[in-house]
Design a protein around this ligand. Structure first.
Ligand code: GLN
Length: 320
């Protein structure tokens, strides 16, 4: 067994007993998760997989979908046009906050909070709701490398209880940040959040971003490589809710978490990493997930500003 695999197994053993935190309950379906679920998956850009624990249990992707929908928004509209409609400023507020939406703000702050994600999803191109959903699903399929499905119970659960998201959409409509079709936009947003994935799928999706948009398992280009930098930038500054700053400080790689307990992170040019464990802290981040990423980043020098590892690709290239 490789040293890396042994390290992952030791982390899993160390943090499995950590039973702090709570399951998300504001979406009733999410309370059905088992608090003991805990998986770690790593997929490298050359297609190697290392994993341990609950790696093939499916769960709904939730907010992690925002990363990939943003990529599609960039492809559909281009960087400048999308920036005009959805900003890239971190808020320091919870993901479902509406306090910054007002007459002066003109656009939601960033695509990783619900307001910005609903606005981004509303911009996905297509002749009708079916075509928009099919395009979105085809995009997820390119990252995941196999057929994808929506969990209908979670979709219905979100749709019937998502009053806060509905309020956000109505406020944005009032301020001219959304066009009129808000029920359709909300449905598509709830559908993308209800996409079923497992921990390995998330690691492969992250590895695809680490590999300039090419899925390392299938060789398929999942997203235009010109936009990978933009996607990773908003993940880095806004991906971890109101913990984004501390995450950047402690772990130092672009990441995104979701209320069902997944966290995916990208080590550029090296690997995609995912942790799944549904017990969350007060910010909504997986508690075991935070611990695992901190340990991995520390041990392998993943932090983008960890200069002690001495990796400098430019100098290597110049000295060749
Ligand atoms: N579907 C969830 C919501 O809109 C996603 C939130 C999340 O994962 N943070 O509230």
């Amino acid at each position: 067994m490789s040293q890396f695999q042994r390290f992952l197994e030791a982390l899993h053993e160390k943090y499995q007993p950590l039973a702090e935190g709570t399951l998300a309950s504001y979406i009733p379906e999410l309370t059905k998760a088992d608090p003991g679920w805990f998986g770690i998956s790593v997929v490298t850009v050359d297609g190697q997989t290392y994993q341990v624990g609950t790696v093939d249990q499916t769960f709904t992707i939730q907010s992690i979908s925002k990363v990939f929908a943003y990529g599609m928004g960039l492809e559909d509209h281009g960087r400048e046009a999308l920036l005009h409609k959805v900003g890239v400023e971190p808020t320091g507020d919870p993901f479902n906050s509406l306090i910054r939406l007002d007459e002066d703000s003109k656009r939601p702050d960033n695509p990783m909070i619900n307001a910005g994600a609903i606005a981004t999803t509303s911009l996905i191109k297509g002749a009708d709701p079916t075509e928009r959903l099919n395009r979105l699903m085809a995009m997820f399929r390119r990252y995941i490398g196999h057929d994808v499905f929506i969990d209908i119970s979670t979709f219905m659960s979100e749709r019937s209880t998502g009053h806060r998201n509905r309020a956000i959409a109505h406020l944005m409509l009032n301020f001219g940040m959304l066009n009129g079709a808000i029920e359709a936009a909300l449905d598509l947003y709830f559908q993308q959040c209800s996409l079923l994935v497992d921990c390995h799928d998330l690691a492969l999706m992250a590895a695809t971003l680490a590999n300039r948009g090419i899925n390392p398992a299938t060789g398929e280009q999942a997203v235009n490589p010109d936009y990978v930098r933009d996607i990773l930038s908003v993940m880095y500054t806004c991906g971890m809710y109101n913990f984004a700053g501390e995450w950047a400080y402690r772990v130092g790689i672009p990441a995104k978490s979701g209320v069902s307990g997944g966290i995916l992170a990208v080590v550029p040019n090296q690997a995609g990493i995912a942790v799944f464990s549904p017990l969350l802290d007060k910010n909504g981040n997986s508690i075991r997930g935070l611990r695992v990423f901190e340990a991995l980043s520390q041990k392998y020098g993943f932090h983008l500003f960890d200069l002690s590892m001495g990796k400098c690709s430019l100098l290597t290239a110049l000295n060749e």
